[in-house]
Each structure stands twice: as C-alpha cells, then as structure tokens.
Design a protein around this ligand. Structure first.
Ligand SMILES: *Cc1c(COP(=O)(O)O)cnc(C)c1O
Length: 396
C-alpha cells in the first residue's frame, strides 16, 4: 500500500519544488532577537520575526518563567476543565481582559485554536458570518467548521461589506470578522466604519489582533484603542506568540457570556492541553510591563518611522503601513527571491513573498520591525537594501 502512496507524495513534492514553492527552514542557533546566528555560523540582522516588542528573549520574562517553573512545575498534563487550571492561568485571563477593556478571556494553546474554536460553538445554520477576503487561514478554517452561512467582502472595502450585510439580513444573527492588521500589507481594518455598519445592519463584530496587539494604538491595545472603541466589539482574538512574548498561546476575549459558552463548548479548549504555567506567568509579567511603561511601544514606533523614511528617501516603493509590517514592493516573483537572497549575503534576513501568498504581480519583501532593533540596525538594513536595489536595477 505505502509504495503507491509514497510515489504519489514524491510527485507532489517534486511539483512543489518545480513551482519554486518548497519551503526550506533556516536553522537559528541563538535566541530569537534583533541579531541571530544561523547554523552556518553567519550572524544576521533579523527583520522577519513577529518579535514586535523585542520580548522573545526579554530577561524579565525569562526570569518570571523560571520562577514559575519552580513554583508551579513544568506541565499540566490535563485540559482546563479536568485539572489543568492554576491560579496563574486565571490571573492571566483576567489581566488580558483588563488590558483590552473586555469582560473575560479564555486561553488556548495558540490563536490558531482560538480562531478554530470560536465560530462553531456560537453560531448555527440560521446565522451568518461575513468575513474579510484577506483573513488569516485560522479564521478561514474556523468558519469552515461552523454551519453558519458564509459571506465574503473585499478586504477593508466598506461598500462590499454593506452589500454582504444586506444579503445576510435573512439570517438570525450576523457576525462580521476581520484581521485587525493584515500581515502581507500592514494595513489596518477600518474598525470605526465596520462598527457603524454593524450597528446599521444589526451585526456583531470579531477582530483578530494578532499583528496589532502590542503594536497599534497609543499603548498597544490594538485597533479598538486606535479607533477609541475599547470594549466595543463582541469578540477579540489574539496571540501570545508575536508581540506578547513570542512563546506560544492564544486567547479569545470579549463579552462574558460568549467566553462562558466557549469554555463549555469550544473543542480546541475542551480537548487540548493547558498552556504550561511558565507561559502564563511570563504572560502576566508581560502585561504588567506594558501597563507600567510605554517605552517599548515608543521605540517600535520611532523605528517604524525611521525605516520607512529611509527607504522612501532611497527611492523604494513602500506600501503605506499602519503597523510594524513594511512591504517593499518589487512586483516580480523571481526578483523578490533574488533580492532577499542577496540581502542575506549582506547580513539582512528578510523574506520575499509572491503568488499565491500575495496577489499575482504583487511580489514584495516584507520587513518586520521590532523594538529590539537599534537605529544602527535600521541604517545597516537601509544601506543593504540600497546597495542591492541599485545592483538589481530596482532603484537608481
Ligand atoms: C499568527 C496569527 C494567528 C495564529 O496565531 P498562533 O498563536 O501562532 O497560532 C492567527 N491570526 C492571525 C491574524 C495571525 O497573524
């Protein structure tokens, strides 16, 4: 039996390789940070991690995780509702709710699980989900697991959203769902207008703050802070795996009845292990740090401004960004790969993206900035981009 299947897989793999889509993983042998060492021995500046606040190797978080290893042990060996909840799991849930101005929070092993487990327990075939066309894969999968009718609107296009809401008026309940920051472009969902339409057409709103929590809004509370709408959407999902420490873990925060139903019925919560206590403890410490000071946010913002100004001055075509994601537009797929490879030779680690990850003829290099970057790191990156850009005829 396996021989046939093996040949089938070999063909599939060959096709992936031929299409240039085979993903090779680069091995890092140092902690995650602004500067990382690869297994080749090369040290490079890292501009492709979601380490927005530079917390992935923050000494305070490492210390709090170590202390929790001593006080609460290594693992929980259980799901939450059997014997997998500690005092610090609950404390982190309350802290997250306080941070976003919501009523309660439920933790998951990852935001992929939070999004995968949010729709099916809440909505049935009588209801409607209206989803942005660029939403994250985990939202798409979560919607697939739910029997509600599905509507899709063009990304951040409010006229199209309105059309879909009109179509969905026959259903009992309506939920609009959108990423807060879109990961390939860096643009922010127009939450003010979305909520306005939701009110007009009697819909609820869910936003995924994975790329915006810790990044967007004066104090990093995400798009609800940016639009001065803290506590005004029904459901927020987010991750502890990006700005919020970078380890692992996800959450859904929002109206308390919603969170309560999820605790009763959300399958990735009911049937999957609790996050380790050390992650909960470091999560609490991370929120305390953010409440105590805006320093990391301020540094990230000044890095974003510095990098974008430098790249524009050098003549690069930058997508306007409202986040720590900067898309350097190259349009041509092959050029994006060649450009990224040459940048690595210059000690700059970035990734070039092309179809199907981004639309055809929209290939780009995505640069992700961090509070861990120093101004000299940014200047080195801009200089390398400029050198390679001239060599490849992208800029003059
Ligand atoms: C990264 C990401 C996720 C998944 O988060 P994990 O905690 O890594 O599973 C979900 N949604 C969006 C928009 C993301 O960017």
């Amino acid at each position: 039996m396996y021989t046939d299947f093996q040949q089938h897989l070999e063909k599939e793999l060959a096709a992936i390789t031929e299409a240039g889509l085979y993903k090779n993983e680069r091995i890092i042998v140092s902690p995650q940070g602004a500067e990382v060492t690869l297994d080749s021995g090369q040290t490079v500046l890292n501009f492709c991690a979601n380490n927005y606040l530079g917390l992935s190797n923050n000494p305070q978080l490492v210390e709090s995780a170590k202390a929790a290893l001593d006080s609460h042990g290594y693992g929980m060996s259980s799901v939450r509702f059997i014997c997998g909840t500690t005092d610090i799991h609950r404390e982190l849930e309350k802290k997250i709710a306080e941070f976003f101005g919501t009523e309660d929070t439920i933790l998951y092993a990852a935001c992929f699980d939070a999004n995968g487990g949010v729709f099916e327990p809440l909505l049935t075939k009588e209801d409607a989900i209206i989803s942005d066309s660029l939403n994250h894969a985990s939202i798409i999968d979560g919607v697939r697991l739910c029997k509600a009718a599905r509507y899709r609107f063009k990304t951040a296009d409010m006229e199209d959203l309105e059309q879909q809401l009109i179509k969905a008026q026959e259903q009992r309940f309506r939920l609009i769902v959108t990423d807060a920051v879109f990961s390939m472009d860096g643009h922010v969902a127009p939450l003010d207008k979305i909520v306005e339409l939701a009110n007009k057409y009697n819909a609820m709103v869910m936003i995924d703050e994975c790329h915006s929590a810790g990044v967007v809004g004066e104090t990093g509370r995400g798009v609800t802070e940016l639009y001065d709408m803290l506590g005004q959407v029904e459901i927020i999902t987010g991750t502890l795996g990006k700005a919020f420490g970078g380890a692992i873990g996800g959450f859904t925060t929002g109206k308390k009845e919603i969170i309560d139903i999820l605790r009763q019925r959300s399958r990735p919560y009911l049937f999957s292990n609790s996050i380790p206590p050390l992650i909960a403890a470091a999560g609490i410490e991370m929120i305390n740090m953010m409440n105590a000071s805006n320093g990391l946010m301020d540094k990230l913002r000044s890095n974003i401004a510095h990098f974008n100004a430098g790249m524009q001055a050098a003549g690069f075509d930058m997508k306007p960004t409202q986040s720590a994601i900067c898309a350097v537009m190259l349009y041509d797929a092959k050029l994006s790969q060649e450009f990224a490879a040459r940048l690595l030779d210059e000690g700059i680690y970035v990734i070039g993206f092309y179809f199907p990850v981004v639309p055809r003829e929209q290939a780009r290099i995505r640069v992700q900035l961090s509070a861990a970057h120093e101004p000299e790191h940014l200047d080195k990156a801009i200089a390398a981009f400029t050198k390679v850009g001239k060599e490849l005829g992208v800029i003059e």
